[in-house]
Structures are given as C-alpha cells and as structure tokens.
Write a protein that binds this ligand. Sequence first.
Ligand SMILES: N[C@@H](CCC[C@H](N)C(=O)O)C(=O)O
Length: 281
Amino acid sequence: MRFTKMHGAGNDYVYVDCFRQDLPSNIEQLAIAAADRHFGIGGDGLILICPSERADAEMRMYNADGSYSEMCGNGIRCVAKYMYDHGLAKKETLTIESGGNVLTLELSTNGGKVDRVRVDMGEPVLEAAQIPTRLGGKQVVEAPLECDGNLYRVTAVSMGNPHCVIFVAHASDDLVFGVGPQIEHDPAFPNRVNVEFVEQISRTQLRQRTWERGSGETLACGTGASAVCVAGVLTGRTERCVEIDLLGGRLELEWNETDNHVYMTGPAVEVFSGEWFPAGE
Ligand SMILES: N[C@@H](CCC[C@H](N)C(=O)O)C(=O)O
C-alpha cells in the first residue's frame, strides 16, 4: 500500500490516495495497524482520499483505534494540500466531502506548494440531541458534569463530530489523561466524545489540549479548536476571532456573525511517502 504521511499542527495521519489505488479492505484493522508507532507507519489514524460525486474529493477518516469519524479539521487541510501538490486538482479553491457534508477550502501556496489552508467548517451544531449528548437542556453551555467526584462545567458542540469543551485554569496531564478518557466514555455522550481542556490567556488568545475520541491525546485538533472558538463566544469569554495555541502549533479561528459559519486557518505539511506491507496482506 502506497501512503503519504502528513500533519497539520502536529496532528499526523497516514494518507492513502484512493484515486490512484484501490480502496483497501478491512479499513478499521488497517487503521489500527498503520497508526501503530512501533509496528506500523505511526500516526493519529488513517485518512483515505477518495473520488466523490459531490465534490473534488471525499475524505474518509479513521482514528488510531479503528473507529470512523465524520470529520477531521487538520486532516481536511492536508487532503487539500495533497490534492493540489499531487496534481489531483490544481485549483486554489477546493470542495471536499466528509461525513456527508461538502466543505469549501481556500489554499495558499508558497514556492508552488500549499502551505496554509482556510476551511469553511460550516455551522456549529448546538442542539443537544444532534451532538449527541444526554446532558439536559436544548443547548449544553457550561452544564455541570461530574467525573471522579469533581464537577466540571462543560459546553457541547458538534462540528460534524462531537466535542466537549471545558475551560480550566491549567490544562494539566491529570485532566488530559485522567478526566479526558472518562468523559470520552461517559454515558452522557452516547457516541463518545472529543474532550478539549482550554486555558484562557485573553479574549482573543487561548491554549488548548485535546483528548481525542479514538486516538488519545493529539498535538492538535482542528474540529476541537473550532468547537473551542464557539464555546468561547457562547460562554461570553472570547471574541469571535481567536488564536489557539495547541501543543503542535497555532490555529486561527473565526465564528462569523453574518453567516454563522466557523472558519479555521492553519498549516498543512507533507513529511514523507512510501510503501507499506501490512501483515497478512
Ligand atoms: N484531529 C481531528 C479530529 C479527528 C477525529 C476525532 N478523533 C473524532 O473521533 O471525532 C481534527 O483535527 O479535527
């Protein structure tokens, strides 16, 4: 299987070009094996770049535990870069389908290759039932959630995939590795959930660590940063345009007041490509 390793702000995936080779079988097992940092290629998961009838391409995203996700913010920027740099669509505006939605991306080039991408992430979903979460109320803004005898104030947002945002004084290892996995599996989130721990620096600057559904802590989460931008506004903490520092880099976010869409801008980097021979294939 030929692959390309790419990352967006350190959130790294194994990318497979399914325009030029057949869709692999046993994708969930393949994702687990490919993501393994010791016995595989290594990454936060697997992303298939596939033909689409509705857009320039379709992104199909699998976490390191093999589970499917509807959307990946850092991944979709890398898919756009791959499409442009590898000659699949030499256009500075691209459409990419993911989880049934078609997103529009604006590409910036440097030396003939894409280095930054602005993604129209669409409208955030705030209705509890659609996120989905069983936490009470129509919307879940600073709702109490108990974990290990401690009470957390959580805001739930879907950016195509579910997020639980918690503003904290210090996004410590204890929170990320202790509380993160417990909330991921809390019955309040029937499809599991990605968990963001966020420190507020000012009304326009935030720091974020993410415990991702199906992959554990990653160096960045683009849908998570989008959810954080929305949660900052909903809780009255931040302006609509924010810069978010993640462990692997910075993302710029805007929740636009006019069209209600979230816009995310950040880097996309190709690291290497190669051929992999998964066991049993
Ligand atoms: N890192 C991604 C999100 C990947 C999917 C997520 N773990 C989920 O299961 O929803 C991003 O940049 O958005």
